[in-house]
Design a protein around this ligand. Structure first.
Ligand code: ZN
Length: 490
């Protein structure tokens, strides 16, 4: 009997190992044919000078939009017209005083159009951090192979690259097969209410149908994903929504020398730890599964084995991925308590304590679902919950559609190496974990994609909304080549 069991177990184990090995081996990269590099020589000095000039306009978006220095924005739009005179061939619709929408009439305007978009507003430089910048944040310094300053990567670099590429194509007498729109928006950093929202409303009013739109949202990631050595072009097909949830606890107050067992602060604190301890359930499904299916074959053997055998290692994988903030953000709706108030004085019991928790909504979760989750997890009627602001995640655009393929092709030819046997980039469809203008465009576009064609390394990542934001001149050239390639191949 024991012999039979041992035999049987050994057989099952062998079968299991065979399945794991076969699945791992078949989970290998599909060869992607090499592509021709973009045939365009870019005047790197000229483009760098243009971006430098663009950075010097302090087009800063403050949370309180009344603080906006409108003249800097107007000056920027005037500079666009002066620097790129070829744009006069396009129809310019000032959506409002500060957001520009150009229409490039194609050979057949009946066909569905496309939209390129970039925002030219930037976040402020945190007071007191100016000294930490190697070059003053609005100097637009060109040094050490970089153009330095606030907005270089987010998102004036893309705006300038789009303008350069379109100007070059206009100079060459190119006309796209269908209409192409270019939007330069001015309030992305504070919610896009006047910019992208107004562009969308105008397009709707004119009954313009967009086949697809392309805006910021991800990059060519270099050495950013552990276990992957290749450059990854993450063309993001969706973006997360958000929910700002306010938690309020009332209590009688009084002198802190005779405290009750619980104060408003301790009740609130328990609610917050419950929320962070019991994260919103997530998982490798939907677009997250797509992401790992595309990326997995390029990973090191161990990760590849785990990802190829999610039927067995799914729970382990999710557990490990949840420990990494960037990977965790792709798996689930995240929970971040951000603001707190309590008593006004150290020896006064609080009559009220409040907290704000910022959730970033995965496409699978609605605002209502997260509110229900919070209510269940906190499980304390003394904690009152109020939705301050909330917005569901975007739709998920198809990764098998025409727009995605075109963006992918343009990225491959931009990074193509002459004579190479394989395509230079691993292309994946990803999820943008912040908000972009695209959340509005998807109302008029069949699909909205989020991608900037520049290489991003962890060294440059810190510049986003942080110190020493900069873009390499190499990246700037690549970006011009990408938009040129994308548009000329329409
Ligand atoms: Zn941005």
């Amino acid at each position: 009997m024991a012999k039979t069991i041992i035999k049987y177990s050994a057989g099952v184990l062998l079968l299991l190992i065979s399945i794991i090995v076969v699945r791992t081996l078949s989970f290998s990269p599909q060869p992607v044919a090499a592509v021709e590099p973009v045939a365009l020589t870019v005047d790197v000095e000229k483009v760098s000078q243009h971006l430098s000039a663009a950075i010097q306009f302090q087009t800063i978006s403050y949370d309180n939009s009344a603080r906006r220095n409108k003249s800097r924005f107007v000056e920027f739009t005037q500079w666009v017209g002066q620097t790129y005179p070829q744009l006069q061939q396009l129809e310019l619709t000032p959506v409002n005083e500060l957001t520009l929408l150009y229409r490039w009439k194609g050979k057949d305007s009946q066909r569905a159009a496309m939209l390129l978009s970039a925002h030219y507003d930037v976040v402020p430089v945190t007071p007191g951090t100016e000294k930490l910048w190697q070059h003053s944040p609005f100097s637009g310094a060109i040094a050490d192979g970089y153009v330095w300053g606030r907005g270089a990567m987010d998102d004036k670099g893309a705006a300038v690259a789009m303008l350069e590429a379109i100007s070059l194509l206009l100079q060459q007498g190119y006309q796209p097969p269908h209409d192409v729109y270019l939007a330069l928006t001015h309030d992305e950093e504070i919610g896009s209410k006047e910019g992208a929202a107004a562009v969308t409303a105008l397009l709707q009013q004119r009954e313009v149908k967009l086949a697809w739109s392309l805006d910021e949202g991800s990059f060519v990631l270099r050495e950013m994903v552990p276990g992957v050595t290749a450059d990854i072009a993450s063309i993001n097909v969706a973006e997360k929504g958000f929910l700002n949830l306010q938690l309020t606890v009332q209590s009688p107050g009084g002198h802190s020398s005779m405290p009750p067992a619980e104060t408003a602060v301790s009740i609130l604190a328990r609610a917050l730890t419950r929320l962070t301890d019991q994260q919103v359930p997530g998982g490798i499904d939907g677009l997250t599964a797509d992401f790992y299916d595309q990326l997995g074959p390029h990973m090191a053997l161990l990760q590849r084995m785990l990802l190829a055998n999610r039927w067995l290692f799914g729970a382990l994988l999710e557990h490990e991925l949840s420990k990494m903030p960037t990977a965790n953000a792709m798996l689930r709706t995240t929970t971040a308590p951000t603001m707190l108030t309590g008593s006004i004085k150290a020896n006064v019991l609080p009559q009220q304590a409040t907290a704000i928790v910022n959730f970033r909504l995965h496409p699978r979760d609605s605002v209502d679902a997260i509110l229900a989750h919070a209510t269940t997890v906190i499980n304390d009627p003394r904690v009152e919950l109020n939705v301050l602001q909330g917005m569901a995640a975007s739709k998920v655009a198809s990764k098998d559609a025409d727009g995605f393929r075109r963006i992918s092709n343009a990225a491959q030819s931009t990074y193509a190496v002459p004579g190479a046997q394989h395509a230079p980039l691993v292309v994946v469809s990803g999820l943008t974990i912040g908000g972009t203008d695209s959340r509005f465009y998807e109302e008029v576009a069949g699909a909205s994609y989020r991608f900037n064609p520049m290489v991003l390394t962890s060294a440059e990542l810190g510049g986003f909304h942080g110190n020493n934001e900069r873009i390499s001149q190499d990246n700037l050239v690549k970006a011009v080549q990408f938009y040129y390639s994308l548009l000329s191949a329409l």
